[in-house]
Design a protein around this ligand. Structure first.
Ligand code: GLU
Length: 256
């Protein structure tokens, strides 16, 4: 299977912005093993701004654009250094791709990015993708990595997109507020009421929330790709997912 896995800042970093070593270790180990099994994996990783915030010793995620971009420049380096180190232990080669909205809109750039991605997979490398935060701003850019990972999944003709979140999946209501909230195991994006279940991000380092995840689901399912939202603090669930067992919430891709 060709699987795009998106991991959010809240999975990779503590609320201090410093790396969550235990989570990082688990995640890179499971992904390495899935690659050893023969799956093709593309990782879309957030965490640049969050880790830059930690590394620069800032007290909270910056709000102004230049500081955000400076934090992203610092954090992206740290992030790739850690991925290289951890995946390297399992003899996997990482490849950084930093993309902007333009790269998906301009035909020639889009062809280049798809070709590079395809070639990296043929070479058994592990593409690690993030938005190029140093040059794109939330207003003009893709803005969040849920959407970015959906665009990547479509461009890479993936079989599956997995969004690793800080929550088990999509619930019937906000589980932080409603103890009767139930996990939805399968959701259909052609049912308009599903959108009303999405809220904004609750973590103070990342940018996503359920709303951007549902937008991502809409994009990929319309392109015929399945998407799963599951809990990033339990990376071993990726084994179940790769074996076709249920975990989190699955959004079925439209049959073509
Ligand atoms: N590109 C941002 C970063 O790496 C994250 C965007 C997001 O959290 O969706 O910090």
């Amino acid at each position: 299977m060709r699987i795009v896995i998106k991991v959010g800042t809240s999975t990779l970093a503590h609320s201090t912005g410093k790396l969550n070593i235990r989570a990082f270790e688990e995640l890179t180990k499971v992904i390495s093993d899935l690659k050893n099994y023969g799956h093709e994996i593309i990782l879309v990783s957030s965490g640049a701004i969050g880790m830059g915030t930690g590394k620069l010793g800032l007290s909270a995620r910056p709000k102004d654009t230049p500081t955000k971009q400076a934090a992203a420049a610092v954090g992206q380096c740290e992030l790739m250094y850690m991925y290289d180190k951890y995946f390297g232990e399992y003899h996997h080669t990482v490849a950084q791709m930093l993309l902007t909205a333009d790269d998906f809109e301009d035909k020639e750039k889009y062809a280049n990015l798809s070709n590079t991605l395809g070639r990296l997979l043929e070479l058994q490398a592990l593409p690690v993708i993030n938005e190029n935060d140093t040059v794109s701003t939330a207003e003009l850019g893709i803005g969040d990595n849920d959407t970015l990972s959906a665009l990547v999944a479509i461009g890479a003709k993936a079989d599956l997109l997995v969004l690793l979140s800080d929550i088990d999946g999509l619930y019937t209501s906000d589980p932080h507020k409603d103890e009767n909230a139930k996990l939805i195991s399968e959701a259909d994006m052609s049912d308009g009421s599903v959108f009303s279940l999405g809220g904004d991000s609750s973590s103070n380092l990342g940018t996503g929330g359920m709303r951007t995840k549902l937008n991502a689901a809409k994009l990929v399912t319309e392109a015929g790709i399945d998407m799963i939202i599951t809990n990033g603090s339990k990376p071993r669930l990726l084994y179940d997912i790769a074996d076709g067992r249920s975990a989190g919430t699955r959004f079925k891709g439209k049959k073509k």
